[in-house]
Design a protein around this ligand. Structure first.
Ligand code: NDP
Length: 484
């Protein structure tokens, strides 16, 4: 299926346009499979999209709420109805197994449904004044023009959990998805177009971060930037937006720990590790990259985990029964294997995997990898690796040590513990410096109706998702009126 052979894949002011060049979108499961050629926007086109968004936003904010609600609902309906087809496309360009690709499209539909309902929840605050006869209303208005910059690892969901609330609260959008995953972005834009989003309210500008992204974040015509991706780019966005007083929301990397306590149910521990460390080929900001394991269950847990890892089928994302697809590209694979070598030099042992896998298709396949004998202060346990790679850190049977090590990182997105102890669970939930804390669950996997975000270098700005999203996508007005 070659979706856009004409290369008209920029969506600006309600029109499909060609760019100044194109790039090939390559299937990481099989590099001989070219999904399509996708336009790259020029600087002039990015500016055109910003101008269109600025022009269209006030009318969108004034559009009757039932109309906005109906549009968002219909977009959600179509995503859910087409989750098989679009999930296949997403898996084909990103490399996650079909079940995960389908799940991501389905979840994207749920985000639209959730924010469709939020459109109707127009509840503000009302207050008496300290002055007699004066009444006060506190209302929320759209922020204005929002630039959305999203990553490749959840090419649809990370964007949709920004796009849906931005639209629900009356903003207009310029979206720059990751250049590695343009096909699912174009498919989503087609759906938005079909369901009657007015021209200019939603714009899709494909292109590189260093060009299209850079133009967007330095613009003085935008009001907000919402970003998910790496810390380095997040820092650039904070630096670019601050002088213009453009608000920004950054969701970045992490170094999440899963603690396996001495009283853990080891079957739960093993399944949580498999899901947290290896689903999505470990390319998740919520992945369990550090496994902090207490001494008295260490041997039994490792034995069970390695036995389970042996059963994981790695292969083409669209093949039946595949648990783990390829990593996203050659650069990522090379970097992952370098991390393994560096850790080995420091004394880590490869308990499983650690190598590239040869497959019938030419793709970027890496074995799920488990390194033991690692120390928390090693670089591999401090930097985001973004690979199907987990490092085991052995500790005494001490909840205090487990919590201290969980927190001994500059990041703080998620943290998890497997335990049967109410006390351990309570202490962990209270003392872990992370945005999301999981007990007897994987560190990855969150719901869509509650806030998502982290602390320290993992996040900057207000939370995403659920009703908390309105803190970013709206601005508060306090109106005073003398009644008599
Ligand atoms: P990036 O942070 O580089 O990319 C995320 C998005 O930002 C992409 O759309 C990218 O564009 C864009 N971007 C890149 N440079 C700029 C810039 N100067 N100005 C504005 N936008 C820019 O992440 P990568 O995709 O390169 O992945 C690298 C690493 O980042 C991973 O290995 C992982 O550690 C981390 N990462 C973390 C994620 C998370 O969810 N926490 C998600 C993705 C990555 P382009 O299309 O050019 O890439």
């Amino acid at each position: 299926m070659n979706m856009h052979s004409t290369h008209n894949t920029l969506y600006i002011n309600g029109q499909w346009q060609q760019g100044e060049s194109t790039i090939a979108n390559i299937n990481p499961s099989d590099t001989s499979d070219i999904i399509g050629h996708y336009a790259q926007a020029s600087t002039a086109q990015v500016k055109e999209a910003i101008a269109a968004a600025k022009q269209a936003q006030p009318e969108w904010a004034q559009t009757p709420m039932e109309r906005k609600q109906a549009i968002l609902q219909a977009i959600g309906d179509e995503l859910i109805a087409r989750c098989d087809e679009l999930g296949r496309l997403l898996s084909r360009e990103e490399g996650k197994p079909f079940a995960e690709g389908r799940g991501e499209v389905y979840r994207s539909g749920q985000f639209f449904h959730y924010y469709a309902a939020e459109v109707l929840r127009q509840i503000g605050d009302f207050a008496d004044s300290v002055r007699t006869g004066v009444k006060i209303e506190v209302t929320r208005e759209a922020v204005g023009v929002v630039a959305i910059i999203s990553p490749w690892n959840f090419p649809m969901a990370t964007a949709v959990w920004k796009i849906a609330p931005a639209l629900a609260y009356g903003n207009s959008i310029i979206w720059k998805p990751a250049n590695l995953t343009p096909a699912s972005a174009v498919a989503l834009a087609e759906i938005l177009h079909r369901h009657g989003i007015p021209a200019g309210v939603f714009n899709l500008v494909l292109g590189s971060g260093s060009h299209v992204g850079d133009t967007l974040i330095h613009s003085t015509e935008i009001d907000a930037v919402s970003f998910t991706g790496s810390v380095d780019v997040g820092r650039k966005i904070a630096a670019a937006t601050a002088p213009n007083f453009v608000r920004c929301q950054l969701e970045m990397g992490s170094k999440n720990a899963l603690v396996v306590a001495h009283d853990a149910d080891l079957d739960i521990a093993v399944e949580a590790t498999i899901a947290g460390s290896f689903s999505g080929a470990g390319q998740k900001c919520t992945a369990s990259s550090r496994l902090i394991v207490m001494d008295s269950v260490y041997d039994e847990y490792l034995e069970k985990l390695i036995a389970r890892m042996k059963t994981l089928k790695v292969g083409h994302a669209l093949e039946d029964g595949v648990f783990m697809g390829p990593v996203v590209d050659e650069k990522q694979l090379t970097a992952n294997l370098d991390w393994v070598e560096k850790a080995k030099k420091l004394g880590a042992e490869v308990a499983f995997g650690g190598n590239r896998l040869d497959m019938p298709h030419n793709g970027y396949y890496m074995a799920p990898t488990l390194l033991t004998g690692t120390q928390n202060d090693w670089e591999i346990n401090q930097e985001e690796v973004f690979a199907p790679l987990a490092c085991v850190i052995r500790i005494q049977d001490s909840i205090e040590e487990a919590i201290a090590l969980t927190n001994a990182t500059r990041f703080g997105l998620t943290g998890g513990i497997i335990t049967q102890s109410l006390r351990y669970s309570a202490l962990f939930k209270e003392q872990v410096q992370a945005g999301c804390v999981m007990v007897n669950l994987p560190t990855a996997g969150t719901d869509y109706h509650v806030p998502f975000g982290g602390r320290k270098s993992s996040s900057f700005g207000p939370r995403e998702q659920g009703q908390y999203a309105k803190e970013f996508y709206t601005i508060v007005k306090t109106a005073y009126q003398r009644a008599y």
